[in-house]
Design a protein around this ligand. Structure first.
Ligand code: F6P
Length: 328
């Protein structure tokens, strides 16, 4: 017998029904999952069709953009716009806000269409990550950039693995898998392991000597008890962390031998990277802090592409490093 799994659509309909919610969010999520499937298609056929080749432009962060990033950005932008439900969006690939349905819309979407760009040329895992906030329904909308705490949902697709993780405010973090017909099925609740023998630390060890001395000391004191894993794509690293427990970190770079390469504010982007995984972590029982040891979900974005340091994962590890960061 073929086993029938609950589909993502069925899961979402029941969730909306249980919480007396509208169908608008379902329309938005339908567009997002369709965009992800299309990106996945272009990605797996990328080598054949030449979509991986060439760094043909430079994005607003000063990084080289491969063609696949632009394809993914166009796909997501088109799908979000088509819903008629998105007020405006912020994409990693666009310097300015992308205006969509204005005040007729209901949601703000912050996204990175293809995160982990160094993996693209090799067809290795990358992420499509997004955070969603809702307009003020009670009065005039001031269009302020939302903190992670104000998100109603956040999620990521690890491309090309056919997996999708979605966190819903106060309703948990759920993982889905694509089935034979390309449908996301089988909701599985994800909880960050509190304590396990397989805890993993995930960070770019090549940068270690550039971290703050207190962070370097913390690593030296704690590394024996953890395994190291680093894929170089936040979505992939966080995906494994959600199952195995541990901590992903991208500390501030403060002691680079070439001071021009320091990043005291951190590297990752708050709105569509750090806040997205922090929201998913919170709904899975985890935590996330910045270089001051303050909760990522409370950091107010100052600009669309605000950068931050990030420490995210199982509470004992995040709390331990947070105490160190708060002291310095
Ligand atoms: O730009 C974001 C990103 O690609 C993340 O997905 C990833 O975690 C990080 O940068 C990798 O950076 P690095 O190559 O410096 O380790």
């Amino acid at each position: 017998m073929v086993e029938l799994e609950q589909t993502f659509l069925n899961f979402l309909l029941r969730h909306q029904e249980r919480h007396n919610r509208t169908y608008h969010f379902i329309i938005l999520m339908d567009a997002i999952t369709n965009a992800a499937k299309l990106i996945e298609h272009y990605y797996v056929t990328g080598a054949l069709k030449g979509n991986w080749l060439g760094a043909d432009t430079v994005n607003v962060q000063g990084e080289s953009v491969m063609r696949m990033d632009r394809i993914a950005n166009d796909i997501v932008t088109h799908h979000l716009r088509s819903t008629g439900r998105v007020i405006s969006a912020v994409s990693e690939e666009n310097e300015e806000r992308i205006e969509m349905s204005g005040d007729d819309g209901r949601y703000f979407v912050y996204f990175d269409p293809l995160d982990g760009s160094s993996n693209i040329a090799h067809g290795l895992p990358v992420g499509f990550m997004f955070g969603i906030a809702k307009r003020n329904l009670k009065g005039p909308e001031d269009h302020h950039l939302r903190t992670g705490k104000e998100f109603i949902a956040a999620g990521m697709f690890v491309i090309p693995t056919g997996t999708f993780t979605l966190a819903l405010r106060e309703a948990g973090t759920w993982r889905f898998h694509v089935n034979e017909t390309g449908t996301f099925v089988k909701p599985t609740r994800m909880m960050l392991p509190e304590a396990t023998k397989t805890w993993e630390l995930s960070f770019n060890a090549g940068n270690s000597s550039t971290f703050a001395p207190s962070v370097q000391t913390w690593i030296a004191e704690n590394q024996q008890r953890q395994a190291f894993r680093y894929l170089g794509a936040l979505a992939g690293d966080f995906h494994r962390l959600l199952a195995n427990g541990g901590m992903f970190m991208y500390p501030a770079i403060v002691a680079h031998p070439d001071p021009k390469k320091n990043r005291p504010e951190g590297k990752l982007r708050l709105l569509y990277e750090a806040a997205v995984v922090a929201f998913m972590a919170r709904e899975a029982g985890g935590a996330a802090v910045d270089e001051h040891g303050q909760p990522i979900l409370e950091v107010q974005p100052q600009t669309l592409h605000h950068r931050t340091a990030l420490y995210v994962g199982s509470p004992p590890l995040v709390e331990s490093i947070a105490r160190v960061l708060q002291r310095h």
